[in-house]
Ligand binder design. Structure first.
Ligand code: ADP
Ligand code: MG
Length: 228
């Protein structure tokens, strides 16, 4: 649609792939288009988030419609919310079913930071997000590929019910030589209906390759220039 294209152009969002959902005009659309629960919209307002950032405008509708995406946007552009919000919307309620979303971050510090952001957004709900393995199960596991890989090997972790797998800072995962561990996590997330996505600040060939090796029909979203 022409309107979608104008909105993308205005926010410098480039998107490649088939059947792309319209970008978000505002956070209010989360309710009107996706029936988002009120607590989330309220938490967004309380956090002072008035408008979605460019990457959020396109990545959120993609993940909500179950499309895998490969998103590249500069550091500080709100990528965390772009995947945490749709995950919270889709998981709906806390459950005792075990881990339903996995977010892989290159370092423990980044995992802890992402877990904090997730908790702030989920405030008022009993979702359990964890950046460590001290107590399981949890709804959302946020950790490094290495730690998850070790837990899988020790048979301490069942990832067969994971609905969302996010590789955050996938360019760093590569630089740090974590691809083997990432692949072991991808394999352990055996739910055929899983939605996988990659987020990064740069888009080197290595990351494009990783994206092709773990996703089949991902939509590529780029904000700004590829290697800023
Ligand atoms: P990135 O992962 O792209 O480097 P972050 O997800 O860490 O960026 O977000 C950077 C900062 O922007 C964080 O402090 C986050 O809380 C804030 N932020 C995220 N989304 C919005 C928004 N829609 N409006 C205002 N601030 C936002
Ligand atoms: Mg980030």
């Amino acid at each position: 649609r022409q309107h979608d294209e104008m909105l993308r152009k205005k926010h410098k969002v480039k998107v490649a792939g088939t059947n792309r959902p319209s970008p978000l005009e505002s956070f209010a659309e989360l309710r009107s288009r996706y029936n988002c629960r009120r607590y989330l919209v309220r938490n967004l307002a309380e956090l002072g988030f008035k408008e979605p950032t460019p990457i959020q405008r396109q990545a959120i509708p993609l993940l909500l419609s179950g499309r895998e995406c490969f998103s590249c946007a500069p550091t500080g552009s709100g990528k965390t919310l772009a995947f945490v919000l749709p995950i919270l919307m889709k998981l709906k309620h806390a459950s005792k079913d075990g881990v339903r979303a996995v977010i892989l971050c290159p370092t423990r510090e980044l995992a802890a930071q992402t877990a904090r952001e997730c908790k702030r957004l989920a405030k008022g709900k009993s979702f359990i997000s964890r950046a460590d393995f001290s107590k399981l199960p949890c709804d959302i596991l946020i950790s490094t590929p290495f730690r998850v890989h070790v837990a899988i090997r020790k048979r301490k972790l069942d990832l067969s019910r994971v609905e969302y797998l996010i590789l955050d800072e996938s360019d760093k995962l590569f630089e740090l030589g974590l691809v083997k561990q990432v692949e072991s996590v991808v394999k352990a997330c055996s739910n055929p209906a899983i939605v996988r996505s990659l987020f990064s600040a740069t888009l080197p060939d290595s990351v494009q390759e990783l994206s092709r090796s773990i996703m089949h029909d991902a939509v590529r979203v780029v904000v700004g220039t590829k290697n800023s």
